[in-house]
Write a protein that binds this ligand. Structure first.
Ligand code: F6P
Length: 286
């Protein structure tokens, strides 16, 4: 049983309860606001709304001390509790315009931020797909639940990545890939099926469902890639590793990456161990 078990229960119940409200808010908030987030990306009204809703709700949880959001420059003090939440309120929100899936990513750390994989207590994501689901990794196990009614209704209490990989999906423009990554993709495209939707949560969930690999690699123009360590890299790596897969920043587990900055980026590879080993070998050989 993890430390802060009651607080973790309350946190995931809170995100389950918020999910239908966030989904209901989307149709009227597809438009861009005139703001950018701390990573320089244009915010949608939906990003801002979800962020406010989540901050207000988690501030009510006794065990929570800090709420940090990909949408805000600095962590916010929301109480006296020992637990920090790092959240990407609407991951892949550019998918709202074409009405494609996206999600919310939740990382729960013990202590101050930025934190490392060692400090992670649990993580999860809500997937705004055709079905509203939440996937949570705690104590090394992963469950998937329906949350359409705002309650956690577990539909799979042992999410495990299939042994045989089927799909691959990767971000970044092809001319911007490094030679090692391009060589890896040359190989996998002969064997597996390309599936890429542009929202990490949905793309990783395909890998959890069918087996395979999701990458947002180091690019020539961006050696640390695009995705953020605290908000995306560590929580999604913990889910995939707990489901029997592996994670890598190109040379080792994302859970071992040293955090230096709050909004730091990290190359991300998540999937079956065999494919993670292969991408690491190609990157090391190039
Ligand atoms: O970080 C936000 C995000 O939308 C991720 O969910 C997704 O994996 C990535 O960016 C998509 O980036 P691109 O549009 O470059 O493929």
């Amino acid at each position: 049983m993890s430390a802060h078990s009651d607080t973790l229960d309350e946190i995931f119940e809170t995100f389950a309860a918020l999910a239908p409200d966030i989904r209901a808010s989307l149709p009227g908030r597809r438009v861009k606001s005139d703001e950018t987030n701390p990573s320089g990306e244009t915010r949608l009204e939906a990003d801002a709304y979800a962020d406010e809703l989540i901050e207000d709700a988690v501030a009510e949880i006794d065990g929570v001390g800090i709420y940090a959001s990909e949408e805000q420059a600095d962590p916010v003090d929301v109480g006296d509790g020992p637990v920090s939440i790092a959240c990407d309120p609407l991951d892949g929100s550019s998918n709202i315009k074409p009405n494609s899936p996206m999600g919310t990513i939740i990382a729960v750390y013990e202590g101050e931020l930025p934190a490392s994989g060692d400090d992670l207590l649990a993580s999860g994501f809500v997937l705004f797909g055709p079905i509203l689901t939440m996937t949570v990794a705690r104590d090394g196990d992963v469950y998937e639940a329906n949350v359409g009614d705002g309650e956690i209704d577990v539909i799979d209490d042992d999410v495990t990545i299939p042994d045989e990989p089927v799909v691959y999906g990767m971000g970044g423009r092809v001319p911007d890939w490094t030679d090692g990554f391009a060589a890896f993709i040359d190989e996998v495209e002969q064997e597996y099926k390309l599936r890429y939707g542009g929202a990490m949560v949905a793309d990783v969930n395909q890998v959890l469902t069918y087996g395979g690999i999701f990458s947002y690699p180091a690019l020539q123009s961006a050696p640390n890639g695009k995705l953020r360590l605290q908000f995306e890299g560590i929580p999604m790596a913990y889910i995939v590793e707990s489901a029997g897969g592996e994670s890598s920043d190109g040379s080792g587990s994302i859970l071992d990456v040293e955090p230096t900055e709050f909004h730091q980026r990290v190359p991300v590879h998540l999937g079956n161990a065999e494919l993670i080993d292969r991408v690491e070998t190609h990157l090391a050989d190039a």
